[in-house]
Design a binder for this molecule. Structure first.
Ligand code: APR
Length: 388
């Protein structure tokens, strides 16, 4: 088994296969320190934690993660809080930085005897529909070699080799540009509030998400095309305070911004997720906008589904799970896409002054008002926000 990519999808899959003695190797383009330090998502859904518990992969997140269950919306109409552990199915998130999870998954995999090659870029997947599928690989010294495998898991993200290698005409790509861009910021500063903060302001969205006692993630909606470095730290903090209405609700705890990057909200889903011996999982299968923090959770879910299907096939000769993998995974991906799109619409104002944009803005305000006032809307929200 060859696994492309050592993100959450690839490493959960690798751990589950390793635990069942299935011979696999992970090929990762980045270095070990790169994947262990790249700040990305951090909100683990309850079901993700259950999956990691089931396979003994959750020690670190139970030690270092923080339970989290409150979000606060700030709008022109004031603010309101939802404690989703008391709504819907009563589930919480566990806040645990993705790079810490990746570090744990990697350590566990290596301790169990797992094989991984860093700084090893997969160039392409070949002959996925044939009898001897293989991948071509550029090793750190530049040499191109090949790995042959019975099955190949494309867990190498949106720009990975798995996607690039799909034969023309074999895949349908559903795609949406949400026309929203966030500047994602990592601040060396304690959280400013004890909730996820979603500020919906006429100047654009601003978000606050705690990561740890002294690291906080902030987001600012910016015009598409704005370079990540365009705004000074002072301007960023001033803008965050303005949109989060710090004058009314209290100042933000400022600190140096140590990482920043822009995220253009685009979503896509590939169908199907199986092409002969090649299976797609995680971002390679579908890219979900970050508005509802579903990406890493979907990646873990897909990895478990795929691992179970591979184990059934390789140890019991039962291929029904592999045959069903694409459809089962897509059901979850589309549900996450639907909710993420709902969140994108809730959190972002008109993209223009045309009548369509202004109409959308009014329906968005109505959606926010319902969320504020109606228990059944809150239950619906809670179930989807933390569920996967
Ligand atoms: N060859 C080998 N490795 C590759 C290649 C390649 N050609 N291309 C990409 N990779 C590696 C990347 O360096 C990265 O480490 O594949 C890995 C993919 O990991 P992620 O991008 O984290 O993707 P995934 O495991 O699907 O998890 C996705 O996590 O942070 C969340 O929201 C994010 O939705 C995303 C989710």
């Amino acid at each position: 088994m060859v696994i492309l990519g050592a993100g959450p999808a690839g490493l959960v899959l690798a751990n589950l296969l390793q635990a069942r003695g299935i011979d696999s190797v992970v090929l990762e383009r980045g270095s070990r320190s790169h994947i262990q330090s790249r700040a990305r998502a951090g909100f683990l859904a309850a079901n993700t934690v259950r999956i990691l518990d089931r396979y003994g992969l959750s020690g670190g997140l139970h030690r270092g993660g923080q339970p989290h269950s409150v979000c606060e919306f700030r709008t022109d109409e004031g603010r309101f809080r939802l404690d989703y552990s008391e709504l819907g199915r009563g589930e919480r998130h566990t806040v645990y930085p993705q790079q810490a999870l990746v570090t744990d998954l990697l350590a566990h995999y290596l301790a169990a005897g797992g094989r991984i090659h860093f700084e090893t870029e997969v160039v392409a997947v070949h002959d996925a529909n044939g009898h001897r599928p293989w991948v071509s690989v550029r090793a750190p010294d530049g040499r191109v070699t090949r790995w042959q495998a019975r099955y190949i898991a494309g867990c190498d993200g949106r720009h990975g080799a798995a996607r690039r290698s799909l034969p023309d005409g074999s895949v349908r790509r559903y795609q949406r540009d949400h026309r929203v861009t966030w500047l994602g910021l990592l601040a060396e500063a304690p959280p400013s509030m004890d909730a996820v903060g979603y500020a919906v302001h006429p100047r654009g969205f601003a978000g606050h998400m705690a990561r740890s006692a002294d690291i906080t993630r902030y987001y600012l909606q910016v015009p598409r095309g704005t370079p990540a470095e365009a705004w000074s730290q002072e301007r960023i903090w001033d803008e965050l305070e303005l949109r989060m209405q710090a004058k009314e609700y209290g100042p933000l705890r400022r600190g140096p911004i140590v990482q920043r990057g822009t995220v253009a909200f685009e979503s896509d889903v590939l169908e199907p997720l199986r092409h002969g011996a090649l299976f797609l999982a995680g971002d390679a299968a579908g890219l979900v906008s970050p508005a509802a923090a579903k990406g890493a959770n979907l990646a873990v879910l897909a990895a478990e589904l795929l691992a179970q299907a591979l184990i059934d096939d390789l140890t019991n000769g039962d291929s029904s799970g592999l045959e069903a993998y694409s459809a089962r995974c897509l059901t979850r991906i589309w549900a996450a896409q639907e909710f993420s799109r709902w969140m994108v619409d809730l959190l972002h104002g008109p993209s223009g002054t045309d009548s369509g944009s202004l109409f959308h803005n009014r329906t968005r305000l109505a959606r926010m008002a319902e969320l504020r006032a109606s228990r059944s809307h809150q239950d619906w929200f809670a179930e989807r926000y933390v569920g996967i």
